[in-house]
Write a protein that binds this ligand. Structure first.
Ligand SMILES: [Zn+2]
Length: 301
């Protein structure tokens, strides 16, 4: 796989104006617990209902995969009891799997998590970095603009806190607030699903246009939550604007969502995935090919 690491984030537009990072003097610690598809790091410590919340996040994963008619990744063998490994193991690691995560900073134990298998593709297990509040998430990321993040590769978000960079220094993670934020969780897990489909189809997800990547995630999340206000927005937007690959940030999500919804509903899921490589090869031609059909479809909705 390419060395290039992409960071895919969700813009949380409608909350951006009301979030204010709370200043604290100490870095929060975290507590790890096993999770069927990897591990969960509870920032600030595991809540009393951690078990229920953990099951809810696993259910969110299954919701996203079944929404697309796809199986969930196979459960890791022995996931309830991850193996402790010596710190030196990390430096000797090669290949795509497994993933090593660090247990509570005070104990400094490392866990080795087994790989996940999905549709014959071997991939990293997922570290869910679960924040108790959006405010703490915003503080960690150094920005109130994002509601969550899926990070394939041990990338650091520019401007993020050092302690948070230490947590994302694993091959794959999703950061979400765990209170009242199912739509964010679905959105970020949909990025992971897209990544796996791209692995299966042997295409590089980082070369897909943002409108397709974010459109897939927003289409998934809004469908699962049952929100369809985007249809009206897209229809009125289409009366004033031409469809292009380079939309502004807000429209990358909202118009991308309408494009993906149109393609999936007009052509079917299998054709949509099959034609992903065309979006990489010639996104402008793809836009030109679908624009009329997309406009007609919006009129009918
Ligand atoms: Zn996103």
């Amino acid at each position: 796989m390419s060395e290039r690491v992409s960071v895919v984030v969700l813009l949380f537009v409608f909350l951006a104006s009301c979030c204010t990072a709370t200043a604290t003097t100490e870095d929060p610690s975290y507590e790890l617990s096993p999770w069927p598809y990897g591990a969960i790091a509870w920032v600030g410590g595991a809540p009393s209902d951690a078990q229920t919340r953990s099951e809810t996040i696993a259910q969110a994963l299954q919701d996203v995969f079944s929404f697309w008619g796809l199986p969930s990744p196979e459960l890791m063998e022995g996931w309830e009891n991850p193996a402790a490994v010596e710190p030196a193991w990390r430096t000797g690691a090669t290949g795509p799997v497994p993933q090593v995560v660090k247990k509570d900073p005070p104990t400094d134990t490392l866990w080795r998590l087994n790989p996940l298998i999905w549709e014959g593709v071997e991939t990293y297990p997922m570290l869910i970095i679960a924040f108790p509040t959006r405010e703490l998430l915003a503080q960690a990321m150094g920005s109130t603009a994002w509601g969550g993040v899926w990070i394939p590769g041990n990338a650091a978000i520019p401007g993020s806190e050092v302690w948070y960079q230490g947590m994302t220094g694993v091959p794959q993670s999703i950061s979400v607030p765990y209170q009242d934020a199912a739509i964010v969780t679905w959105h970020e897990i949909a990025h992971w699903l897209t990544y796996l489909v791209c692995l299966r189809e042997r295409i590089y997800m980082g070369w897909l246009p943002d409108l397709v990547v974010e459109g897939i995630a927003e289409y998934t999340a809004t469908s699962l939550v049952g929100v369809d206000g985007w249809k009206q927005y897209a229809a009125s937007w289409a009366q004033q604007n031409e469809l292009t690959v380079d939309l502004g940030v807000f429209d990358t999500y909202q118009i991308g969502l309408s494009v993906v919804a149109y393609l999936v509903e007009a052509k079917g899921v299998a054709a949509f995935w099959r034609e992903l490589h065309q979006w990489i090869e010639s996104p402008e031609a793809e836009i030109a090919a679908i624009e009329t059909g997309w406009r007609d479809w919006l009129q009918d909705h």
